[in-house]
Design a protein around this ligand. Structure first.
Ligand SMILES: C[S@@+](CC[C@H](N)C(=O)[O-])C[C@H]1O[C@@H](n2cnc3c(N)ncnc32)[C@H](O)[C@@H]1O
Length: 249
């Protein structure tokens, strides 16, 4: 599928312009993995936990038993899925071995190894057969894909017909005042704290830049529809700081 105009201009990369986005994203998350959970909850003031819960609630009616969590990172969404839905199996896939190694420790400590498996993999080339999963989720991951259409198409391929895909992602608030507070926090405070704790200068500057350049709302729905998801809809959270999208395979 050709790249849409929308897609071409959101190739913000973490470190430099020359290397591919995928290898840079993988290296960045390997770098920040030891501090990821701490910083994630600190910088979001724990709001991310509530957002994950809301996203998962959308899956409740279909009672999915085999769930794929894409860009699972340190497994927070996979763990929340287990708590809220009690499915038979959750597979979390992520590019960064560093991130999933911390996730595996959490899953082991929680005694969830029978239900949750984390493995290294690329959303743009999944090892699973067509129509494998009853549902898929992706929290704060799609923005990091090198090729968004390819990543979403692969997720659709491995979902059973009518299975639901739920995305949780940062977006841009539309309200002028909220947008300015958000941008100030995102552009100045967050990179400062990120640098201080993670020692990766670029990672927390990449975050606001990638959010600013990433499609949200109707534009994101358009991409989901281009890829073949049906009945797609979105719900902005906290004035649009983040958005939950969902669609059917
Ligand atoms: C911001 S973290 C989110 C982790 C987790 N979902 C959460 O909610 O905390 C983004 C993750 O996306 C992963 N990622 C980026 N591109 C990916 C791809 N093409 N396939 C799989 N994982 C990817 C990164 O390695 C990183 O762990």
């Amino acid at each position: 599928m050709p790249l849409s105009k929308n897609q071409e201009n959101f190739h913000v990369k973490p470190y430099n312009e020359t290397d591919g986005k995928k290898s840079q994203v993988e290296a960045m998350f390997d770098n920040i993995a030891p501090k990821y959970d701490f910083l994630n909850h600190l910088l979001s003031l724990n709001i991310d936990k509530r957002w994950r819960k809301k996203a998962i609630n959308l899956l409740k009616p279909s009672n999915p038993q085999h769930i794929l969590d894409i860009a699972t990172g340190t497994g927070d969404l996979a763990i929340a899925l287990e708590k809220q839905l009690k499915p038979r199996q959750i597979i979390g896939v992520d590019l960064s071995e560093g991130m999933i190694s911390f996730g595996r420790i959490k899953i082991f400590k929680l005694g969830l190894r029978k239900t949750i498996t984390l493995e290294k993999g690329d959303s743009e080339s999944l090892r699973f057969a067509d129509a494998t999963f009853d549902a898929a989720t992706c929290a704060f991951g799609v923005r990091n894909f090198e090729n968004l259409h390819k990543g979403l198409s692969e997720i659709k391929r491995v979902l059973k017909p009518n299975a639901k895909f739920v995305i949780l992602e940062f977006s841009m608030p539309t309200n002028f005042i909220v947008k300015n507070i958000y941008l100030t926090y995102f552009q100045y405070i967050l990179p400062f704290l990120g640098k201080l704790f993670s020692r990766d200068k670029s990672a927390y500057s990449y975050l606001p830049e990638s959010v600013k350049n990433f499609p949200y709302g109707e534009n994101m729905l358009k991409i989901m529809t281009e890829v073949g998801f049906r009945n797609s809809e979105f719900k902005p959270l906290m004035f649009g700081i983040a958005t939950i999208y969902n669609g059917l395979a």
